[in-house]
Design a protein around this ligand. Structure first.
Ligand code: HEC
Ligand code: HEC
Length: 414
């Protein structure tokens, strides 16, 4: 499981990319062949363009930005998942501060909430590949279940109990609407009330196209409505090329045969050996490690030593708008992320600190016993010191330029 062709499950791929013929993209030419021709008129997204939100989703929309549901009175889902920032954080802190006095730090960087609407619960594919689920460790099975976590977490919205949250809901302007939709005596049962709050937030995220607009420049390119600039095309070819970036091996870039748009993730898990981030307060304890699938937040896989250090592959849609990157927010710009990908093994001294004996403490955010779990076999990691990186500095610029075509809300200007 540790060396990761196994992580690239054909089953997982099948889920997201039904077209077997386009799974491996050798060049932009093949991509055009897959996405073009008779498919150019296929719908870019699988949902209709005008959607009326259900009553539950309309409530979810109100709850999503209601700071009165937090203990501090200052925090809502939208505080960390800012709609103006692709539903991700809008500051460049590695971890957000929350809780009753807005001073308690979390332990992970805030992901975007875009393009999660069809994601199933975590599962092991037929070949054992961990796949899907919500949160960076797949710990929540549905969007509804996930929503309860920040509402009740001491370092986030900090309600101390279901009753506490229900009392806050009772004081909102939309409580009558909540009763109308979920039952006139619903608030008498706090457990059910919080369950319905989670459901409302789920329906909002699943129904409102703001969460999955599929209107990036790249979507318009796949639909044959715009062309890409030369640097964007070069970047796309490097992104897809298995001998260069090989990014599409995990960050799916091709449409499915049914015309479904690529999500730039296969929702599998991998261990990249991202350097430790000293900006996370929990990391001041040298014995603390965030090991993703195997804990400490998620506990049901703590016996799976082979999964320690694996985190979910995130979508790269809107990645150019992100303020911090990777689960621990270790990097603050794409140039460093790409540099890390291709020079992690050729130039480890650029990324990792030195140990007491002067040696480079490679993979310093993993306990020694789990360092062997880091993916060393797949391009672009398969290098040794002294070898040339998989991408040159100029090629990195092209890939970054291409990633800019994945931002939602592209406007055709000419
Ligand atoms: C204090 C900042 C903060 C607040 C407030 C917050 N979140 Fe999050 N959210 C995060 C972080 C950090 C993660 C990653 C957690 C993890 O991986 O364990 C996350 C993860 C998620 C995910 C999973 C995304 C994925 O890629 O699987 C969803 C969905 C989500 N949040 C929805 C919400 C909703 C709905 C609310 C309001 C009830 C909310 N969040 C409030 C910071 C926040
Ligand atoms: C073997 C699978 C794999 C390959 C190949 C791969 N990635 Fe990733 N990528 C991941 C995983 C897993 C993460 C999340 C790691 C974490 O949070 O610790 C990630 C995270 C990222 C992020 C950070 C996104 C965010 O929201 O923080 C960027 C940017 C990125 N990858 C770009 C690329 C590019 C560009 C390439 C090609 C050069 C590439 N990746 C190749 C698995 C892969």
């Amino acid at each position: 499981m540790t060396s990761s062709p196994l992580y690239r499950s054909p089953v997982a791929r099948y889920l997201w990319r039904p077209s077997g013929t386009c799974l491996v993209l050798l060049s932009v030419l093949i991509l055009t062949a897959c996405g073009g021709g008779s498919q150019t008129t296929a719908p870019v997204a699988s949902t209709p363009s005008t959607v009326t939100l259900s009553a539950a989703a309309l409530l979810g929309q109100k709850i999503f930005s209601d700071t009165s549901l937090s203990a501090s009175g200052q925090m809502a889902c939208a505080t960390c998942h800012n709609p103006a920032n692709a539903h991700a954080q809008s500051n460049n802190l590695a971890v957000q501060l929350g809780g009753i006095d807005q001073q308690l730090p979390g332990t992970r960087a805030t992901p975007s909430l875009r393009y999660l609407n069809l994601l199933p619960a975590f599962f092991f594919a037929g070949d054992g590949t961990p796949t899907a689920g919500f949160n960076r460790d797949g710990s929540a099975t549905t969007l509804a279940e996930q929503a309860r976590v920040p509402l009740l977490a001491a370092h986030e919205m900090a309600n101390i109990s279901n009753a506490d949250l229900t009392a806050r809901l009772a004081r909102t302007a939309y409580v009558e609407e909540f009763r109308r939709v979920f039952g006139s005596d619903i608030l008498a049962a706090p457990e059910q009330t919080v369950d319905r709050i989670g459901f409302a937030l789920q329906q909002y995220q699943k129904e409102d196209r703001e969460f999955f607009p599929f209107d990036a420049k790249y979507d318009l390119f796949l639909a044959g409505k715009v062309t890409l600039e030369n640097a964007e095309l070069r970047g796309l070819a490097l992104f897809n090329n298995p001998a260069k970036g090989n990014c599409a091996a995990c960050h799916t870039s091709a449409r499915g045969a049914d015309g479904s748009s690529p999500l730039f993730t296969d929702f599998s898990y991998d261990n990249l050996g991202v350097p430790r981030n000293p900006a996370i307060p929990a990391n001041t304890d040298p014995a603390y490690f965030d090991l993703g699938l195997c804990g400490p937040i998620r506990t049901d896989l703590s016996h799976r030593a082979d999964l320690c250090g694996a985190f979910k592959v995130p979508t790269l849609r809107n990645v150019a708008t992100r303020k911090v990157f990777f689960h621990n927010g270790r990097f603050t710009n794409l140039r460093d992320v790409l540099g890390f990908y291709v020079r992690r093994d050729t130039n480890p001294e650029e990324w990792y600190p030195r140990a007491a004996d002067g040696s480079i403490d490679k993979f310093d955010d993993l306990p020694a016993i789990y360092k062997k779990n880091v993916n060393l076999s797949e391009v672009p990691y398969n290098r040794l010191p002294g070898m040339a990186p998989a991408l040159s500095a100029a090629e990195i610029e092209d890939v970054i330029t291409f990633l800019g075509t994945l931002n939602d809300g592209y406007q055709i200007t000419n």
